[in-house]
Ligand binder design. Structure first.
Ligand code: CDP
Length: 211
């Protein structure tokens, strides 16, 4: 039987990770978080003080990279790295590298059920022929409130209004860039995640049970 692919796209802090993890656990799909790769790469540029406006330097560095770890840590989730990751996500060379790493991951991690992959361009570019596509929709104010709580809980200093501003800025960058912008895949189910997690699961469950 062919492995199934489920794609989950949506804007910053829309809950893609929590939903992906839930699907991964309940229906035994392997989870691939593409955002973490953009964050990993951003962290490398940050640590090596590579100017993210200098495309020549970025291209040089990218040639050296054969692998990026999927391991998560607090620094990767910081506001600084969030902003940097959406800055580098506009470059074709960055997207090509990360797409290649995602295909490698799927090849190397064969799994009976399949994969749940989340990001911005997963249903539109990376896995266009996916078996099920979800698009997570949440108001910016609610996303900011949740991300604010997450940062405070993880010990980072945070200001709600600043988070809201940064989320809106990142949304604009992701939606209006030329390469692989965040759009609703035309064959996606729109999942509203404004309310409780239970409410979200009620919308998702029948789609997965019918796969
Ligand atoms: O968790 P959150 O939604 O805040 O962000 P993320 O999924 O970790 O992604 C961080 C940034 O990487 C996004 O703001 C995008 O600019 C970029 N990204 C992308 O362009 N394409 C993807 N498939 C995943 C992330």
């Amino acid at each position: 039987m062919k492995e199934k692919i489920i794609t989950i796209d949506g804007p910053a802090a829309s809950g893609k990770e929590k939903i992906s993890k839930y699907i991964s656990k309940k229906w035994k799909f392997k989870h691939l978080d593409s955002g973490i790769l953009y964050r990993r790469l951003a962290l490398i540029f940050f640590n090596e003080k590579i100017d993210v406006n200098n495309l020549k330097k970025i291209k040089e560095k990218i040639k050296e990279i054969k692998y990026l770890s999927y391991r998560k840590n607090q620094k990767l989730r910081s506001q600084e790295i969030s902003n940097l990751s959406s800055k580098i996500a506009v470059y074709v060379c960055v997207r090509n590298l990360i797409n290649r790493l995602q295909y490698d991951f799927v090849k190397k991690n064969k799994n009976n059920q399949g994969f749940v992959v989340d990001g911005r361009d997963i249903g539109t570019v990376v896995f266009k022929n996916a078996d099920l596509k979800l698009y997570i929709d949440v108001k910016a104010e609610i996303r900011a409130k949740r991300r604010y709580k997450q940062l405070i809980d993880s010990g980072e200093k945070s200001i709600y209004r600043k988070i809201l501003k940064e989320i809106k800025l990142r949304d604009n960058k992701d939606k209006f860039r030329k390469n692989s912008p965040l759009v609703i895949p035309k064959d996606a189910h729109i999942i509203n995640n404004d309310s409780s997690f239970n409410d979200t699961i009620k919308q998702i469950k029948p789609l997965l049970d019918n796969l």
